[in-house]
Write a protein that binds this ligand. Structure first.
Ligand SMILES: C[S@@+](CC[C@H](N)C(=O)[O-])C[C@H]1O[C@@H](n2cnc3c(N)ncnc32)[C@H](O)[C@@H]1O
Length: 201
């Protein structure tokens, strides 16, 4: 995911696995706080850049057969029991057949491609879907992103993590992190602002 190391010190493919406890935390919170997904069964869930697919695992554990999980990963990865359909060695950013398909897209995207992942996710979502990305809180900064992202699509909710995830070597880095919830049905805008909360244990 995101971090501030020079490019020659980064993990290949921006491979920063999300500690599973954080995946459980956001999935539980979103389910408790009322995603009303009753119209679609099974719920179609996508984790792009899935790695070992910890977000698929968390929602599968929470919802069982009521959710159908799909993972897309550019590297060659093994299919895990919690992923119903795995597209390994597949570039999520290459145009594909999935338009308007998913109810929820959730991941920790490669930070260098976060904007592209968001745009591709919007294309693959149903109009009432939610996209949830784990990103540096500094995602909200930068004049470039203001024009290219935030003026076009803005989160309805930002869950800041009070405890920083340990992505690599069981160590935190120097960034604050948050889950950004893009609720497409609400058409949140920069002018309306968004809700902010802490995602505690
Ligand atoms: C920050 S890791 C997160 C992995 C997993 N979602 C998690 O939360 O543990 C980002 C993942 O995206 C994959 N990735 C990078 N570019 C990609 C692309 N264009 N298409 C699909 N996967 C990609 C990387 O190989 C890496 O596994």
């Amino acid at each position: 995911m995101s971090h501030r190391l020079p490019s020659d010190q980064r993990q290949p493919s921006d491979m920063y696995p999300t500690p599973y406890e954080f995946c459980q935390r956001i999935v539980t919170t979103l389910i408790e706080n009322g995603g009303d997904y009753t119209e679609d069964r099974p719920l179609r869930f996508l984790e792009p850049g899935c790695g070992d697919a910890p977000f698929c695992r968390a929602i599968k554990e929470a919802m069982g057969d009521r959710v159908e999980t799909t993972g897309v990963e550019t590297r060659n990865v093994l299919r895990r029991g919690w992923v119903d359909a795995l597209y390994s060695e597949t570039d999520f950013l290459t145009p594909n057949k999935y338009i308007n398909r998913f109810n929820i897209i959730m991941t920790n995207p490669p930070f260098s491609l976060a904007r592209e992942f968001l745009a591709a996710s919007i294309r693959m979502c149903k109009p009432t879907a939610r996209i949830i990305f784990l990103l540096r809180l500094a995602w909200l900064e930068s004049a470039t992103r203001l024009d290219r992202v935030h003026r076009k699509i803005f989160p309805s909710m930002v869950y800041v993590l009070p405890d920083r995830p340990k992505f690599i070597n069981n160590k935190t880095d120097s960034s604050a992190y948050a889950f950004f919830v893009y609720d497409l049905s609400q058409q949140s805008t920069l002018n309306h602002g968004c809700q902010l909360s802490l995602l505690t244990k």
